[in-house]
Design a protein around this ligand. Structure first.
Ligand SMILES: NC(=O)c1ccc[n+]([C@@H]2O[C@H](COP(=O)([O-])OP(=O)(O)OC[C@H]3O[C@@H](n4cnc5c(N)ncnc54)[C@H](OP(=O)(O)O)[C@@H]3O)[C@@H](O)[C@H]2O)c1
Length: 316
């Protein structure tokens, strides 16, 4: 096995470094002493354009690539733009990994997703069940595009000895999350609805689905820590789940958020809207065993910090 690699000494490219997870990864890299970190946004290099990906690698010449760039969103956004979610996520990953390999980069980390798992995976999801069926249809184009990058990394490791790893990331939340109602994930969507209703004196909010689906959530600072830990210490073709290992129903989550936001009105459920995958919770033992990662932030603490951050924005 290759020796532990300290990222502090490396020339690092973080694609998607301007995004929600990206800014926390940059903070974690800074905390660990990395100084040569590059993270141009899509305005500078559009990674869906192969010639721009080539120019980026010629300009930066990274030793390590953390590939976070993606088109991301909740169920609504995935259902409205399945073609874009498939094409852009696939093409960005394919081109970025190909140029990384060609340019002699020594480590490559792909941020994959829990959406790659089959719809009815036994809970908790173990990595060995990843290929046992088709994903939940509301997020299949996104999940499968990302899953192809796992295959790409494994094929490149086999043929070229390229040290690519793939992290299957659970749903994230935290400060700097996307609170845009058109594209946000479930936690910022519920926070926003509760705080808006409270500010406007409304006694009801309506949420998507039945509330019975379950999810697992990971605080974004923990996710950033896991990525850097894996980049430094994990060298295998096998994908790794990254999560907190705690499952909660959307109904219980909504009640918890409402209480933390001080909203004591009624929560109505619009069962005409999709629930998405029925249950989601990862087995997180491989990450713990292989590179010592365990999530540190409880859901209550993480939600409190997220709500405080959003309140400080003065948004509601
Ligand atoms: N958020 C979650 O709950 C979650 C869960 C599992 C996995 N993930 C994965 O984590 C990663 C980061 O997600 P996120 O939530 O941080 O997303 P985000 O906030 O939407 O950030 C997306 C990033 O990708 C970049 N990007 C998008 N299109 C690009 C293009 N054509 N060219 C260059 N850069 C482009 C964006 O750059 P600009 O801002 O400059 O356009 C931005 O930096 C993604 O790979 C996602 O699949 C996220």
């Amino acid at each position: 096995m290759p020796a532990r690699l300290s990222l502090a000494d490396q020339r690092i490219l973080v694609t998607g470094g301007t995004g929600f997870l990206g800014r926390h990864v940059l903070a974690e890299l800074r905390r660990r002493g990395a100084e040569r970190v590059f993270y141009p946004g899509s305005q500078v290099y559009d990674l869906t354009r192969p010639e721009q990906v080539r120019r980026l690698f010629a300009a930066v010449q990274p030793e390590v690539v953390l590939h976070l760039a993606a088109v991301v969103g909740g169920i609504g956004a995935n259902r409205e733009q399945p073609g874009r979610f498939f094409y852009e996520n696939a093409i960005m990953g394919l081109e970025v990994m190909e140029q990384a390999r060609r340019s002699g980069c020594t480590r490559f980390v792909t941020i994959g997703t829990i959406c790659s798992y089959p719809r009815l995976t036994p809970v908790p999801f173990q990595e060995r069940h990843l290929w046992d069926g088709y994903p939940e249809e509301t997020n299949a184009p996104y999940g499968l595009a990302k899953k192809m990058l796992l295959v790409q990394g494994q094929a490149y490791r086999q043929q070229y000895g390229f040290d690519a790893i793939h992290l299957l990331m659970v749903n994230l939340y935290g400060p700097h999350d996307n609170f845009d109602p058109q594209s946000s994930h479930v936690i910022p969507a519920i926070i926003r609805k509760c705080l808006t209703a409270r500010a406007q004196g409304r006694r009801q909010i309506t949420l998507w689905g039945t509330g019975t689906a379950t999810r697992e959530f990971l605080f974004v600072e923990d996710a950033a820590c896991a990525i850097v830990d894996a980049a430094e210490n994990y060298h295998s073709a096998e994908p790794v789940n990254i999560g907190s290992g705690h499952e909660i129903s959307i109904r219980a989550l909504a009640e918890k958020i409402a209480a933390l936001c001080g909203f004591d009105g009624d929560i109505l459920w619009d069962a005409g809207k999709p629930d998405g995958q029925p249950r989601r919770c990862l087995d997180v033992s491989r990450a713990r065993e292989q590179f010592g990662f365990t999530a540190q932030t409880s859901l209550d603490e993480g939600l409190r910090r997220t709500i405080d951050w959003y309140r400080r924005l003065g948004a509601e």
